[in-house]
Design a protein around this ligand. Structure first.
Ligand SMILES: Cc1cc2nc3c(=O)[nH]c(=O)nc-3n(C[C@H](O)[C@H](O)[C@H](O)COP(=O)(O)O)c2cc1C
Ligand code: SF4
Ligand code: SF4
Length: 269
C-alpha cells in the first residue's frame, strides 16, 4: 500500500508529544502532512471529518500510567474507517504502564487499524531547571529513533496488501487498566511581582483554567497540572509551590534519573 497523506492527531500541552510525531513523520518522508492539534480548549469540540485512507499518527502524554482524561474525551470525537494508525505515547522517564495499550484499544474503537506503536520519552511536565527529570528530551537521539521508526513504518505499509488486514500488535499493559493521574486539587501559582500580564499562560492552557485581566486568576478545579503555563511563562512567574507536588517532583528527580529508551512495537528493531 502507498501512504498518500499523513495526519498528526495529538494532545500535547508541553510539546514533547508533538515533537516526536513530527520527527516520526520526517522519517516517513511524505510531503502532505496535516495537523489536528486537540490540545487547546477548542479541541474539546473538534470539527474533524471522518478519516479514510490517510495514515494517522495519534499521540498523547502519559499521566499516571494512563492517557490524560482530557485527551481521551477529545480523541473520542474522532471517527475512522479502517484507517491505518500509529499510536504513540510520550512519558517523563518514569513509566508508561497501561497508557499505550489504552491508546491502541481506543484507536481500534474509533475505527483505526494500528500498524505499529511506540512509547517515547519527553521532559517530565513537573521538571524544572532546579528539579530536572529527563530535561531536554526528546533529544537528538530520540529524534533520530523516531525518524528511523517512521522509515520502518513506511516500509511495513508498503508491503501491506489490503488496508483491512488484521494486525497482531502486542502492547504491554494491564486490562482493566490501572492507575491514572492523582486526584489533587492544586494548580500553579503566579508570582505577581514578576508577572508582566502578557496572557501567555491563559493562551496555552488546555482547559481554560487561567484568565488574565488585571491579574492572573486560576480556576484550580479545572487544572490538569499539565505545566504548559509554567513552561511557557516568559518571566518565570508561573510556578508550582504546593508541597505534595514538589515532593513528587523531587521523588521523580531522585528515582527516575536513569535514562530510558523508546520502545517500538510492530516493526523489526
Ligand atoms: C499529571 C501528570 C502525570 C504524569 N504522569 C506520568 C507518569 O505516570 N509517568 C511518566 O513517566 N511521566 C508522567 N508525566 C510526564 C509526561 O508524561 C511527560 O512529561 C510528557 O513528555 C508530556 O507530554 P507533552 O509535552 O506532550 O505535554 C506526567 C505528567 C503530568 C502533567
Ligand atoms: S505567562 Fe507569566 S508573565 Fe505572562 S501573564 Fe502568565 S504568569 Fe504573567
Ligand atoms: S493552569 Fe493547570 S491546566 Fe492550565 S496550563 Fe497551567 S497547569 Fe495546565
Amino acid at each position: 500500500m502507498e501512504i498518500k497523506r499523513v495526519k498528526l492527531v495529538y494532545f500535547s500541552p508541553t510539546g514533547t508529544t508533538r515533537k516526536i510525531l513530527e520527527s516520526l513523520t520526517k522519517g516517513i518522508g511524505i510531503e502532505e502532512v496535516g495537523h489536528i492539534d486537540l490540545t487547546l480548549p477548542e479541541g474539546a469540540q473538534p470539527n474533524v471529518p471522518p478519516f479514510s485512507d490517510e495514515l494517522v499518527i495519534i499521540g498523547a502524554p502519559v499521566y499516571g500510567g494512563r492517557l490524560p482524561v482530557t485527551a481521551i474525551n477529545r480523541f473520542k470525537q474522532l471517527k475512522a474507517s479502517n484507517t491505518l494508525a500509529i499510536p504513540i505515547v510520550v512519558y517523563g522517564n518514569r513509566e508508561y504502564e497501561d497508557a499505550l495499550l489504552e491508546l491502541k484499544n481506543l484507536a481500534i474503537d474509533l475505527g483505526f487499524i494500528p500498524v505499529a506503536a511506540g512509547a517515547f520519552i519527553g521532559e517530565h511536565s513537573f521538571a524544572t531547571k532546579d528539579i530536572p527529570i529527563a530535561n531536554g528530551r526528546p533529544d537528538s537521539l530520540d529524534v533520530q529513533k523516531a525518524m528511523d521508526f517512521g522509515t520502518k513504518i513506511k516500509d511495513k505499509i508498503a508491503a501491506l496488501q489490503s488496508p483491512g488486514a488484521p494486525m497482531n500488535l502486542e502492547i504491554p499493559g494491564r486490562f482493566p487498566y490501572e492507575g491514572g493521574a492523582r486526584a489533587m486539587v492544586v494548580s500553579p501559582v503566579t508570582k505577581e511581582d514578576i508577572c508582566i500580564l502578557c496572557g501567555m499562560c491563559a493562551s496555552v492552557c488546555p482547559t481554560s483554567a487561567v484568565s488574565v485581566d488585571g491579574n492572573v486568576a486560576t480556576r484550580v478545579e479545572h487544572c490538569i497540572r499539565c505545566c504548559a503555563c509554567i513552561k511557557n511563562c516568559p518571566t518565570g512567574a508561573r510556578v508550582m509551590e504546593d508541597g505534595m507536588w514538589l515532593k513528587i517532583a523531587n521523588w521523580l528527580n531522585q528515582n527516575c534519573a536513569t535514562r530510558k529508551e523508546p520502545q517500538l512495537f510492530g516493526v523489526e528493531v
